[in-house]
Design a binder for this molecule. Sequence first.
Ligand code: CU
Length: 481
Amino acid sequence: MMKLLILLVIVVGIIAVAQLAKVYRLSAELRGKRQEDISEADTKLQGTLWIVFMVLLFGTTIFQMVRYGYCMPPVASEHGVEYDMLMKFNLYLILFVYFLVNALLFIFANKYRYDKNRKAYFFPHDNRLELVWTIIPALVMAVIIIYGLRTWIDMTGEAKDDAIKVELYSKQFDWTARYPGNDGEFGVTDFNTITSTNPLGIVTNEGVDEAMAKIDEKIASLSKELEFERGHLLTEKANLEAQLNPTYHVHGHDHEDHSEDHDDVHGHDDHAEHGDEHGDNHFEGHNDGHGHDDHGHEMSSEHKAHIVQRIHEIEEMLNSGKTTILTDGAIEVKEDKIYRLQRHKQRLIELEPFNFENELSSWDAGKDDKIVKGEFHLPVDQEVDFVFRSRDVIHSAYMPHFRAQMNAVPGIPTRFKFTPTVTTDEMRAQTGDPEFDYILLCNKVCGAAHFNMAIKIIIDTPEDYEAWLSEQKEYLTEEEK
Ligand SMILES: [Cu+2]
């Protein structure tokens, strides 16, 4: 509310000044003054205003620097100190140039304002001056770039061999941390194996079997829906009946009582077995003499029995109360779903295991992985090698106290390493805030609940960390025990 009022006052103030200027100009015109006639008092006023503006600009800059300071939370990682130094080095350099250039700009505008007794000095070119304002900025830029690159390479370089491995898996809208377990290797992952019980898509024999079973289940249920589609069943039945007895379609169409039809069917069987002529005659009598010859002659009794059985089946299905009625569109969608599920299954079949250097199978490595949500722990003074993954869109893991941020990109694992230097308890003491917690925030606007996408980081002493980690459940091995 207060802010709104201040804004309103500023806007009204600007309008008032503009109106005053208009009045002044109109009155000057009335006094017969031409617009390009500028009095010495005017020039002097403008010159003074430049200085006033400079003081205001520098004043607000300095005020904000004092009031808001460095704008970063306390640092808690090894490279964070380096990062802050680089940041401050650049900041002070920029501030120095900012004050110098702006001071010259405003002071010169005042000092060299129009004076009718002074003639401008003609100064077309000077090689020394050109050299000075080319070489000095070039050198400063080189220092900034080289210093920045060195820090960047240091921060983003390879982790040490004994670094702790942690995977951060992101999806809309939460983070999951994974530790590799006792074997020190993360189990391989594949999005094809993602199920409700395996949200990270860790590939294990059990996981693949489970995923396949779930796909089979889905295919079966979709197929059932299609199989019990009323329209299809009726069409199929009508076709089969037409095959058995071309007359049936015409005469038996309205019969609800099927026992009669069955007799009919058996009668035809006999005819087909015993003789052509009889059968022919029989058919002809009913059928206006066309279209039946193919069926009647060549159909074996076995085939007929098959058809009869299928008709029975269809009748049972129709009477089961399980039939569905689907539009052509709905049928197409379901068929497409089945197709895609079959493709999905094929991709699972094609997954190939491989062995790590220590002969550990990639499909076994995942069994002892530890998966945690809500918060994850790290030991102090130990390098951590992070891998970031995403299931859906680009997220970004931002850990402000550790001066770390890395995008989590679907399909492209990214990494970052750092060494925490202050435990959560120490930081609570340092900040005087007993509630303090380190946090990892999503720093890419990734969807509706982006603001809520965070996970707590706890920095422990090495002993506390080991104790915590040993309490975490292994992905599969412990469940089997
Ligand atoms: Cu996100």
